[in-house]
Design a protein around this ligand. Structure first.
Ligand SMILES: [Zn+2]
Length: 77
């Protein structure tokens, strides 16, 4: 399989997805993806995307709670 963006070689990798649940950010770590070695484009397989959707739907116990700095562009600039 080749990258749809640049035609580069794809390799198996893991990524952290940054998602939203009820307006709050949720990170899902260690998600298996195929990633382009050339441009870094990540591809999520159908079944993996489905599982991620299920994870977001049900209340799962987070392994880690992060406090995240948030900068408001309008106030900071
Ligand atoms: Zn690529």
């Amino acid at each position: 399989m080749q990258c749809f963006e640049c035609g580069g070689q794809l390799k198996h990798s893991v990524t952290t997805l940054h998602l939203q649940k009820g307006g709050k950010p949720v990170f899902i770590e260690n998600v298996p993806v195929t990633q382009c070695e050339q441009c870094g484009e990540e591809y999520l397989a159908g079944p993996v995307a489905e599982k991620v959707g299920e994870l977001l739907d049900k209340e799962c116990q987070p392994q880690v709670i992060l406090s995240v700095p948030v900068v408001n562009y309008k106030m900071a600039v």
